[in-house]
Structures are given as C-alpha cells and as structure tokens.
Design a protein around this ligand. Structure first.
Ligand code: GLY
Ligand code: MN
Ligand code: MN
Length: 454
C-alpha cells in the first residue's frame, strides 16, 4: 500500500471498522448520478462526497466495492472500482474517461472493471458474505439494484452458496470519519476560504447604490472561477434591503439602494471542499445608527461564540453564548421588552429571541456545506437523547449569528428590514479555533474603510 495515498488510507480505516464490527463483509458505495437539465443538456456534474472521499475519483457512473475478509485478528481488503469503459465516440462528445485499464495505477486501487460488469461481479463477490455495508433506503433505484444482486446470490443457494443476511448502513461509518478533517483537507479548506474571502472583498468594493443584486453575484463568481474554484459550494445569497430578512433568498434582481444593507452569504467549492462566509454591509458604505447598533450586537455575539468554540466544549455552547449576547442586545435596543419578559434569563428560556434569530449558530463544514455526521455523541445509550457532540481538534464548524427584523406594528420603524448575519469558518484545534475566513474584514469600521477606499 502507498502510504501517501490518502484515499487508500481512508479505505483501510473503513475496512478496519467493518472488520471490528462484523469480522468482514462487502462495502458498496456508488457515486452520484448525472442529472438531465433538459434535452441533451445536463446539470454540471458533481461527484458524491462519500464516494470521492474514498476514491478521489470524479467521473460519473462509478461504484466502489470493498471486500473485507477476516481471519481471527487479521483481515485483507481488496477494493474494486467499477467505472465507465473507454469509448472513443463518447469521449469525443463528452470528454476523457480514465477507464478500467488505467484506473488501478492512477488511483492506487487493487482492481478496476467496466461498469457493465458490476451486476455480474457483485453476485460473485456477495456469495458467502455475511454482511453488506451500503446506503440504506437511499432511493428506489438503489433498492432495486440491491434486490437484483441479492436475487442473483439467492439463486445460487442450491449450489451451497449463502447470501448475506446482515445489512448495515455504511454512511454512519464514513460520516464519522469525515467529521475529523486531516491536514490535507484543512489545507484545501483554508484555500477555499481565502478565495471566498477575496470574493466578498471584491463584492464590497464593487457595491454602489443603483446596482442590482445579480451584479454583485457576478463579482463573486468572477473571483471564485478566476481563482480556480470549480464551483459555488451553494447558491449565493445576495440580499438587498428587505431581502436580507429572507434566510434562503437567492441573488435576484432587486436594486441595491442607499441607506439599506446588503447581506452576502457566498462561498466557493475548491477541490471538493466548501467554504461558507456571510458579510453584511451598507450599500452606500456607511452604516446608519440603528444598522450599526444591531451589527455590533451580532459581531459581539459571534465573538462570544468564537471564544466558546474550543475542544472540550459541546457543539451547543457557542450557540448558547451567541444567544445570550443577541438577546441582551435585543433587550437593550427595546426590540424585546424587559417590562414584559422580566429578565434576560426569561427572554432566553421563553425563546422570545426566535422572532429575530431563528436559526442555529453553527453547522459542520467540509465536503458538503452542511456537512455530514451527527451533532450528538455516537455512544450506545438507551437514553432517548444522546448528549451534544463534544468539539474536538480537526472538526470544522461555521459560526454565524444573525438578527432579522421584519416590519411590524410593535417594532420601531428605524429597525425595519435590517437583516444581519456574520459568518466565518472555524477549524477546531488543540487550544481553541482558527478562523480561516477572515481575509474579509468583519468590524464595521473596517468594512466602511474598505468601501470608502474602493
Ligand atoms: N450558506 C448556508 C449556511 O450558511 O448555512
Ligand atoms: Mn453556514
Ligand atoms: Mn452561509
């Protein structure tokens, strides 16, 4: 085995867990299907993250099958990649295919076969295996294929072949591995965040009253692609004025007006890894008094959450720290009424802040923007609720408090349509966390200075 091949190392790590759980078995994981947009035109292809994590292979139409065979304390792993066969005609139209002949050397995988052989080879590989590790209840098509393979193996029963009798969810194992990023992954995520930060700077500097949201989106996309990022990690939000209070708004065609805020939540995907940054800034380059007051509260909430983002704390502690600062700020600005709520504790306990802050402060970040793995500790527990996950070195989270003030009869008009979110990406390390997205200013004064000097 080549110790430098991270994909091979990950397959080994997965195999070890499978051996420990069931003494061996067959693991099957397919990449994502291609998706037609219309007629001959597909959506841009994006591999499946789990499949890519184990193979580094980006072509569509591929499946990884791992055979883990154990004897007492030892096991052997043999990996088979099923991929599209070479086809000159298709390659002229659609582009290069690695093909099964070149795949073993190129990818460091033991065996490769044409996708057309998948069904036949799988019924051989599944014979006399106890356990299958596969995505369960994924889609009707995946279920149909599994039923087909099982039928083929069951048909050999009279020749003395035993079909598998245990089905295990492969995702839980892979997702637990993906939660902890290695140095290679953190390096890519740092670079992705740097590109996204530059894109936010570019958009802030380009912003002028009278522009449209889609024009700032174009600035973001220019920086992403010009820096080598393959794609956006998610659809960019560029939200002017009242749109900033719509959480899942997309860049539209609203005019950006002087006196209003613009909220941009955008991040690129680089080499399969996401970045996720939000900044909120005044369209005319200068925060108004009410805008600045709420901005500073949101930033203080983010700082409180950042200081709680460290190993040993739970996933919820940064959120709780942010909530406290936001809620105190809402009371100070009289958006929440102390006379009605009585105390900060009551305001927190009653959830009164939810009217203005209705999402969580963090999520995992990785290959997927809302990355995989449970937010609860993976312990065997009979208790109905497992404890929140303890943060550990190598986890990557976002820290993204916000305040969203919609017009209402009981709200001072000066605050109407102010939507603010501040979002950075944090790698948990041994002593705390490293913010990898701070290439774009976050303090109100620094944002104003950047826009003034544009
Ligand atoms: N951009 C999606 C999120 O912030 O969660
Ligand atoms: Mn986010
Ligand atoms: Mn975001």
């Amino acid at each position: 085995m080549n110790k430098n091949n991270i994909y091979q190392l990950r397959r080994e790590q997965l195999a070890k867990q499978i051996f420990a759980k069931t003494g061996g078995g067959i693991a099957i994981i397919a990449t994502a299907p291609e998706l037609a947009r219309n007629r001959d035109n597909d959506f841009p292809y994006r591999h499946d993250s789990d499949f890519f994590y184990l193979t580094g292979f980006e072509e569509p139409g591929a499946t990884l099958v791992m055979q883990i065979q154990g004897e007492q304390k030892n096991y052997t792993l043999q990996s088979h990649l099923f991929c599209r066969p070479k086809d000159l005609e298709r390659e002229i139209w659609d582009g290069f295919r690695l093909g099964p002949e070149a795949a073993p050397k190129a990818l460091g995988i033991e065996f490769a076969h044409s996708t057309q052989e998948l069904d036949q080879k799988l019924s051989d590989l599944l014979a006399d295996q106890e356990a299958i590790y596969i995505r369960l209840a994924e889609s009707a098509e995946a279920d149909r294929r599994l039923r087909h393979w099982m039928k083929e193996v069951r048909a050999q029963a009279r020749s003395g072949v035993n079909p598998p009798s245990e089905f295990h969810d492969i995702e839980t194992l892979i997702h637990e591995m993906r939660l902890f990023k290695d140095a290679h992954e953190i390096d890519i995520m740092r670079r992705a965040a740097e590109i996204s930060a530059r894109a936010h700077v570019r958009a802030m500097q380009a912003c002028k009253p009278g522009m449209r949201e889609y024009q700032l989106e174009a600035e973001l996309l220019h920086e992403f692609r010009n820096s080598g990022a393959q794609s956006v990690a998610y659809n960019s939000i560029v939200a002017g004025g009242a749109n900033s209070c719509i959480l899942h708004y997309r860049a539209g065609s609203t005019e950006l007006r002087s006196g209003e805020l613009c909220l941009i939540d955008a991040g690129c995907e680089l080499d399969g890894y996401a970045s996720d940054i939000t900044r909120t800034f005044p369209v005319n380059g200068k925060f108004s008094g009410p805008q600045r007051a709420l901005y500073d509260i949101t930033l203080a909430a983010q700082e409180a959450a950042i200081s709680m983002s460290k190993p040993g704390n739970t996933f919820m502690q940064p959120h709780e720290a942010a909530l406290k600062v936001l809620t105190q700020g809402l009371l100070d600005e009289k958006l929440l009424k102390l006379s009605e709520l009585g105390s900060l504790e009551n305001a927190l306990e009653s959830g009164a802040y939810r009217r203005f802050y209705m999402h969580r402060t963090s999520h995992w970040l990785g290959m997927d923007v809302h990355d995989v793995s449970s937010y609860r500790e993976p312990i065997d527990s009979l208790a109905s609720e497992k404890p929140w996950r303890i943060l550990k070195s190598g986890m990557v989270i976002t820290i993204e408090p916000g305040l969203y003030i919609r017009p209402a009869y009981d709200i001072d008009e000066a605050f109407w349509n102010i939507g603010i979110r501040i979002e950075d990406d944090a790698v948990i390390n041994d002593s705390g966390c490293e913010l990898i997205s701070r290439g774009v200013p976050v303090k109100a004064d620094e944002i104003e200075a950047l826009m003034k000097n544009a």
